[in-house]
Every structure is written in C-alpha cells, then in structure tokens.
Design a protein around this ligand. Structure first.
Ligand code: 13P
Ligand code: SF4
Length: 307
C-alpha cells in the first residue's frame, strides 16, 4: 500500500483542483477502490451517483459503457475515462442495428437492455436494467406493456437467470460476459468438496447451472452487502478477483477463497491512468446528443422505478 501512497495523494489533490469525483466500480483494484474512489459500487449505484453528484468532472474508474451512462445522465459534466480500450464483451456483442431488427420482428414486445450496452443500443430500447434490478424491470415492462413476453438483451446467462425467477417469458440474445461465463458448475462442486462450510456467492452473469448450485446470487453490491452482514466465516465469490480484495478491508472476519477471474477491461484502469487523465483531460467520453437523449429515457425509466 505504501508504494501507492504518493500517487494516491497526488490524485486526491488533483480531484480538488479540478472539482472532480471518481466513480469506482467494485472491480477496481484496492488502491483505486479504497485510495481514490469518491463513490464506489455496482453499475446501478454508480449511475445514480453520476446523476446526483455536483462535481464538474466525473472520472469513471470502470469500463466504457459505465462512462457513457454517466455522460447520458450528466450531459453537462465532463466525463473522463483513463483508458478508452476498457470495453466489455457484453457491450460489444450487440449493435443498435441488431436491436432495430429485433424491434421489426417483435414490434409489440418491450425491449429491456442490460446497462452493459453502448449508448447507441440503449437509445433503441424501452428501458434498461442492471443485475441488481433485472427481475423487477422485466416484470414492470410486462405489466406496463400488458404482455407476457419481454426481450432482455444482450446477456444470455442473465436472461436465463432472470427467467428462473419470474413468470414472464424472456426472449434472449446470445451475448456473454467473458469473465463470468468461464465459471462452471464443477467449480462450485469442487469448492464445496474442498470447503464444506464456505458460502458460495455468484454474479448473475454466470451460467445458470452455476447459480443453481450457488448459495446466493446478486449484483456486485448485493454480494458486498451480503458479505458485510455475514461478518464471519468462509466465502467463495464467483466473480471478478478485485471484489474479494476490496471486501477484505470491510469484512476482516471473512476468509475469501479462490477461484476468481480477472476482467482484462477493468484492469486497464490504473492509478497512473487516473492521474494522467486528471492532468491532461484525456480521454473525454462524448455521446451524440440525439442518441444521449433517447438513451437517457431508457436509463431514467430504470432509475425512477421504486427501490
Ligand atoms: P454490477 O452491476 O453487478 O456491478 O456488474 C457490472 C459488471 O460489469 C459485472 O460484470
Ligand atoms: Fe464486461 Fe464481464 Fe468485464 Fe463486467 S466483468 S465489464 S460484464 S467483460
């Protein structure tokens, strides 16, 4: 930690100078998460903060779709991302043209997009969801449209996992998170055999057979809350590796067991990159105003749902 201290101090001073806040996702490394993050959390929490905060500059310590969501919700703020290559396999699995074709084929069905999509895709859909509220959003959409079937894209695993929790019929797309789809049910069985007392938590982007054998499934924030409430014992987090690293500080009584997978996109964000982006103003994330306007409707509909 001591090696990071000078850079952390430099970034915190730059933030004050530039009237900037850093929104840090739960998958950031601990020196970012604990050292410089002003708001930390899951996709939903960070989107809410982007809309609510009154800083002039938002530095997104996360991936590009999160920065776009911040820009869509806070069009008058400057949104910076330290590395433009911080993508997401889900966001790149579907285009706006794909969604327009889906709409042509199913003109009467509501289209729900996971926030892990580009702003252009969000602009084509009716409402967004995150892993924290996907079931609620799908049921809301079915009610509002008066239908029994909802299109939920682009994550086929999230869609299947949502379908298991609702009577609404879900039509899915074939996207996947390259990090979470690598877990399989055998991982769960191996961990159970090795650590019979451990509680196994999984992100809903994992395949359905993983969730079927896990003890708890939820967004990164839901997993963090669950671990904090638990306070003691052994935990397996079937998700990105930094999650456990970050929770160790707040739950010292919990022993975190592997396995975990690294997200190469999240790991492109570094302290050096954050410092450089505050110094140079690069890379600014922009969204075409027409696209942003339509995407905002879809994101805002989600945010306006009762919690
Ligand atoms: P959360 O919304 O649960 O933080 O998930 C974001 C993400 O990218 C998970 O892979
Ligand atoms: Fe995308 Fe998966 Fe990385 Fe999250 S963990 S940013 S869903 S690739």
């Amino acid at each position: 930690w001591r090696v990071h201290a000078p850079l952390i101090a430099e970034i915190n001073a730059l933030k004050r100078e530039r009237n900037a806040v850093i929104l840090a996702h739960n998958y950031m490394t601990p020196e970012i998460f604990h050292g410089v993050g002003d708001f930390v959390g899951d996709s939903l929490g960070l989107a809410r903060e982007a809309a609510a905060c009154d800083a002039a500059v938002i530095v997104q310590a996360g991936v590009l779709f999160m920065a776009e969501t911040s820009k869509v919700l806070a069009p008058d703020k400057t949104v910076l991302i330290p590395d433009l290559r911080a993508g997401c396999s889900l966001a790149s699995s579907i285009t706006a043209a794909d969604v327009r074709l889906i709409r042509q084929r199913h003109p009467t069905l509501p289209i729900v997009a996971y926030v892990n999509t580009t702003a252009e895709v969000k602009a084509e859909v009716d409402i967004c969801c995150t892993s924290a509220n996907a079931v609620q959003v799908v049921e809301h959409a079915a009610r509002e449209w008066g239908v029994d079937t909802v299109i939920l894209l682009p994550d086929e695993h999230l869609s299947r996992n949502v379908a298991a929790q609702t009577r609404v019929r879900i039509l899915a797309w074939k996207g996947a998170c390259e990090v979470h789809q690598r877990f399989d049910a055998q991982d769960v069985r191996d961990m159970r055999a090795a650590y019979p007392d451990a509680e196994i938590l999984a992100h809903p982007e994992c395949p359905a057979d993983v969730l079927a054998e896990a003890d708890f499934a939820g967004s990164t924030a839901a997993m963090a809350d669950h671990v904090a409430r638990k306070g003691v014992g052994q935990v397996v987090l079937l998700t990105e590796c930094s999650m456990a690293d970050n929770l160790m500080a707040s739950a010292p009584g919990v022993q975190f067991l592997k396995p975990c997978n690294l997200c190469p996109h999240m790991k492109r964000i570094t302290l050096e990159g954050i410092r450089d982006c505050l110094v140079t103003g690069r890379h600014e994330v922009t969204v075409d105003p027409g696209v942003a306007e339509r995407a905002r409707l879809a994101v805002q509909r989600m945010i306006d749902l009762p919690t």
